[in-house]
Design a binder for this molecule. Structure first.
Ligand code: NI
Length: 564
């Protein structure tokens, strides 16, 4: 080396002396990565609980054979933002294995971790006993992670000793070695972690330690620590912003370039399986958006952001029929409507005045305002027979029966609502039958403790004719529901001529024939053979199932048809 070169070297050394050597000296953040080997085991769940309380992410170098034993723990650690890494399948000394056997150990561990997590991952390797050489490094295909702080927890099995190692030996960029298969390692690690946090350390996963120190986690590279003069920022929680849009609020999630954002809108904790953010989305009702950004789902997740969004819903419009046209009025917002059976959206025709509504037409409408959720859809069906329904659609299986029963005044609507799915009551059945019978006056002056005066005549008629009987306590329970077999039994008693019960009852064709009460057997047999009652499926009659108003309408119509 000539004089010139020597002088240049001297200058460089002097220059280097002026630069800060340690991040600490520069006041930069102090980073350290806590790692646990050999698990998971019986203490790992408790460790995860405690780490979660502290918001600390660590790295687990797991043995494949133990991951297979505790797959739920592996998955929980993964979703908790910890890094899942490999400690081989069965813990051999890799330098003593052939290339093929080294790869077999790694593939076995990766397979066990993949199965537990449910996805294909890349797992950094910690060679058992730290035993690795150039040959092993050349075949593993992932970085080998060693350590700079050995807590010797496997040797001491003493929480105080482990704590002292952590506090005394940790420096900026340290990778700490612990083992979560020893009971004493858990309290020792946690006390050490608390001490490091109070000293201002940021505790991160190994992959985050390398990323933030600008180091590439290259295959075959070996790392034992990552001190550095420069530190990239931690992964920030995504910024959640919302602005008024038609039908709700348009939500934008922004995060650092290179990250992927995972989010939920129902307030639940976002996971690797949550929605991936691609573009601003419309939130149509109040909810809590939670989101995290990740460079890597495995140990590269940032903290979650959370924002509650209040999105008022526009009040539903009101539809009335005036002459031949429907008039729609809304308390707020604009009204959109359809006449073709499709649900109205923000693109549907704008209501500007009365809409002609010929018989057989279904009108549906919503009220909408920017920044608010659309109102519920309201509808008005003007039926073929001229009835008005707010809750019956023309394609409903019961539409024709309901339309006919309402037209004949046997069943009624309330402000246009038929309530087809509501359970029919005993009073409704008795009232229909009474009307069908011509509303003949009852002879006696029966009264029942729980029947309203206006219903007394109908109930007295039903009781006198033996169609309906009271309960043991003297009540008739007019608002009580009807089971299918109770309804059929009443209709059977109404029949003037009772058909002879067939010898080979068709009821045995249903697998639940044993559920039929004996009092209702003949009635059920008659109802099924005459077609009044049909099975709820090909194999079930559901005799104890409740009768809805829609079912009552269609069953009564079929029963009426028998007499014609
Ligand atoms: Ni080990």
């Amino acid at each position: 080396m000539g004089r010139r070169c020597l002088g240049l070297l001297l200058a460089l050394v002097l220059l280097a002396g002026l630069l800060p050597v340690h991040a600490e000296a520069a006041g930069g953040p102090k980073l350290a990565a806590v790692t646990f080997d050999d698990g998971p085991g019986p203490y790992t769940g408790q460790l995860l609980d405690e780490l979660e309380k502290r918001g600390v992410q660590v790295t687990f170098f797991m043995q494949g054979q133990n991951a297979s034993r505790y797959p739920d723990i592996v998955r929980r650690a993964y979703e908790g933002g910890h890094q899942i890494a490999s400690h081989t399948y069965s813990h051999p000394q890799l330098t003593k294995l052939s290339d093929k056997d080294v790869l077999g150990e790694l593939a076995g561990a990766a397979g066990a971790l993949d199965r537990a997590i449910g996805t294909h991952g890349i797992y950094m390797l910690r060679p058992p006993y730290g035993s690795v050489d150039a040959r092993v490094l050349s075949v593993i295909g992932v970085p080998a992670i060693l350590w700079s702080v050995d807590t010797r927890d496997w040797e001491s099995r003493n929480a105080d000793a482990i704590y002292r190692h952590i506090v005394n030996d940790t420096r900026d960029g340290s990778i700490l070695l612990l083992h979560d298969i020893h009971a004493a390692s858990i309290p020792g690690a946690l006390r050490g972690i608390d001490a490091l946090l109070s000293q201002g350390y940021e505790l991160v996963t190994v992959s985050e330690l390398l990323r933030r120190r600008g180091l590439e986690a290259a295959p075959g590279a070996r790392y034992a620590s990552a001190p550095g003069t420069t530190t990239l920022p931690a992964i920030a929680p995504p910024a959640i912003t919302a602005e008024a849009a038609p039908g709700g609020q348009r939500v934008t999630l922004s995060a650092e370039a290179g990250t992927t954002v995972y989010y939920t809108t129902d307030g639940s904790r976002p996971t690797s399986r949550s929605q991936v953010y691609a573009a601003p989305f419309l939130l149509e009702e109040s909810g809590t958006v939670r989101a995290f950004a990740a460079y890597d789902l495995n140990g590269g997740r940032g903290p979650a952001a959370e924002q509650k969004l209040e999105i008022p819903r526009v009040e539903a419009p009101v539809i009335t029929l005036e002459g031949e046209s429907a008039v729609i009025s809304a308390a707020a917002g604009e009204v959109r409507y359809t006449l073709d059976g499709t649900a109205p959206t923000a693109d549907a025709p704008l209501y500007e005045g009365p809409v002609p509504l010929p018989a057989g037409t279904l009108l549906q409408a919503i009220a909408a305002a920017s920044g608010c959720g659309n109102s519920p859809v309201v509808s008005l069906l003007r039926s073929q027979r001229g009835n008005l329904f707010t809750d019956v659609r023309p394609e409903a299986w019961y539409y024709q029966a309901v339309d006919e029963m309402v037209e004949r005044g046997l069943l009624s609507t309330e402000d246009g609502a038929f309530s087809p799915e509501r359970a029919a009551t005993r009073r409704e059945l008795v009232t229909v039958l009474y009307r069908l019978a011509g509303e003949s006056e009852s002879e006696g002056a029966l009264s029942f403790p729980d029947v309203k005066r206006e219903d007394t005549a109908a109930f007295a008629w039903a009781v006198e004719r033996g169609i309906l009987s009271g309960f043991d306590d003297g009540t008739l329970r007019p608002e009580g529901p009807l089971t299918r077999e109770q309804l059929v039994a009443v209709l059977y008693r109404m029949q003037m001529k009772k058909s002879a019960v067939s010898e080979e009852s068709g009821l045995y064709g249903f697998e639940d024939w044993g559920d039929i009460h004996s009092y209702a057997w003949d009635a059920m047999d008659w109802a099924v053979s005459s077609g009044v009652l049909r099975g709820v499926s090909g194999t079930r009659l559901a005799p104890g199932g409740l009768v809805t108003r829609a079912q009552l309408a269609s069953l009564l119509l079929r029963w009426q048809g028998l007499g014609e």
